[in-house]
Design a protein around this ligand. Structure first.
Ligand code: IMP
Length: 197
């Protein structure tokens, strides 16, 4: 497993995720460089699991940049929808990445099923890859429930319709600092740090 020192590529083109991962890396003295700023291409997510897609993205960025790379594949699983949108979370927002569209689809699909159970979780797989080397994957989750109407303008993606367990506000209503420790991403990151130490 690579040591986390110096420069590391954050293999994501999602600025919300890059910001959260950079904040998690900052206390370690690691300089996070985004894949977009290095002009790296965004590989197609062809796997059917979060872990598979995270590994694919980390490996592509590490091989292309010659630096260790950390990739996140994450998404929302709504239990009444059989785990959808799951690995298709970004795709539900369509080509313009409009999450108002994606959140409306969650609402429509729950209504179509006359769902009574609004429980859901965010899942994050973090993959750490060395150029030409091994890839390690760590998973974390954040449990909560889906609420309508959407509330809050902070965060990104599905944050405005996700209320984490033990809270009465959505991720969209929380500041970056308040949301971060509650996230699937922070939990996956804790596992990665435990494995490195
Ligand atoms: P991907 O991992 O790039 O395939 O994208 C996963 C998608 O899941 C993102 O575009 C977001 O819509 C959603 N997602 C992942 N993590 C979060 C989060 O912390 N809040 C809100 N939406 C998220």
């Amino acid at each position: 497993m690579p040591r986390l020192t110096g420069r590391l590529v954050v293999a994501s083109h999602n600025s919300g995720k890059v910001r959260e991962i950079a904040a998690l890396l900052a206390p370690l003295g690691v300089e996070a460089v985004s894949a977009a700023s290095l002009g790296l291409p965004e590989p197609e997510e062809t796997e059917t699991t979060f872990a598979g897609n995270a590994a694919l993205k980390a490996k592509a960025a590490a091989d292309a940049s010659g630096l260790p790379a950390l990739a996140d594949d994450s998404g929302l699983e709504v239990f009444a929808l059989g785990g959808d949108p799951g690995v298709y979370s970004a795709r539900w927002a369509g080509p313009t990445k409009d999450f108002a569209v994606a959140m409306e689809r969650v609402q429509d699909e729950l209504a179509a099923r006359q769902a009574k159970d609004f429980s859901a979780r965010f899942v994050c797989a973090l993959a750490l890859a060395e150029p030409g080397g091994a890839v390690d994957v760590f998973e974390g989750e954040a449990r909560g429930r889906i609420v309508f109407p959407a509330r809050g303008l902070q965060g990104f993606g599905y944050d405005p319709i996700f209320e984490p367990e033990g809270h009465t506000r959505t991720f969209g209503e929380m500041s970056h600092e308040e949301k971060l420790p509650l996230t699937h991403r922070a939990r996956a990151f804790e596992k990665l740090l435990a494995a490195l130490s």
